[in-house]
Design a protein around this ligand. Structure first.
Ligand code: PGA
Length: 252
């Protein structure tokens, strides 16, 4: 069983001051837990990363970004590179979140380019996958998620896979208050692990952390996190409230 990872995706919320305050509160709360049964990651907006990085220095809470450019540097207006994220103190980066796929036309191909670039530069990608409600109703969700895994991780070496985290986030569960049942999530996590074992040795596939995301909150976290094959959670809305996020961490 892998050590759990609880990651907070703050999305486009909080200004710099508010972000630093939340980062400080989460860091203090995690330190008070003494021996938390999980690694903890927060992913503020780009603008707040550097200040949050300073706040988290000497804290066990890790820092991640919500996206990264697939190129190294140059004329890419509005983009942020891996090197910039590393210099702000980031260790992780969320890639291919369904909101980016939906609103910014990201495809499995662009996700793959970003994953490869992040790995090449020393960032750990949290690659998001998940089906829409229509795809679940049409019973093609395994095919969709399977493709997101194999195409998103194309040309990623077995060594590099050790630094990859997968987040299974059914799109119909994100921000809707409707979460997948522990059985639905568990089944998909096992399916994803089987897909991973086609890309690498079973030992490496077992060690890749697979998080569940989609309406995880202080109330349902315990049940979800206890389900088979679930190595943690990617938390949106509930990660913006320190108390709720700390309750989720304690649920591990
Ligand atoms: P949610 O978002 O917890 O607000 O549903 C999860 C996510 O989008 O990562």
């Amino acid at each position: 069983m892998n050590r759990k990872l609880i990651a907070g995706n703050w999305k486009m919320n909080l200004n710099v001051k508010e972000s630093v305050h939340l980062a400080k509160t989460v860091a203090a709360g995690v330190s008070n837990l003494k021996d938390p049964n999980a690694d903890v990651l927060i992913c503020p907006a780009f603008l707040s990363l550097e200040q949050c990085g300073k706040t988290l220095k000497d804290s066990p809470v890790m820092l991640g970004a919500q996206d990264v450019c697939a190129n190294d540097e140059g004329a890419y207006t509005g983009e942020i590179s891996s090197a910039m994220l590393l210099s702000a103190g980031c260790e992780f980066v969320i890639i291919g979140h369904s909101e980016r796929r939906k609103y910014y036309c990201e495809t499995n191909e662009t996700v793959n380019l970003k994953v490869k670039k992040a790995l090449e530069r020393g960032l750990k990608p949290v690659m998001c996958v998940g089906e829409t409600l229509q795809e679940r109703q049409d019973e093609i969700f395994e095919a969709i998620v399977g493709e997101q895994i194999t195409e998103g991780l194309k040309e990623v070496s077995e060594d590099q896979l050790n630094f990859v985290t997968i987040a299974y986030e059914p799109v119909w569960a994100i921000g809707t208050g409707v979460n997948a049942t522990p059985k639905q999530a568990s089944d998909m996590h096992l399916f994803i692990r089987r897909k991973l074992s086609q890309l690498c040795s079973s030992g490496t596939a077992e060690a890749v952390r697979i998080l569940y995301g989609g309406s995880v909150n202080a109330k349902n976290a315990k049940e979800i996190l206890a389900a088979k094959g679930i190595d943690g959670a990617l938390v949106g809305g509930a990660s913006l409230k320190a108390e709720d996020f700390l309750t989720i961490i304690s649920a591990c």
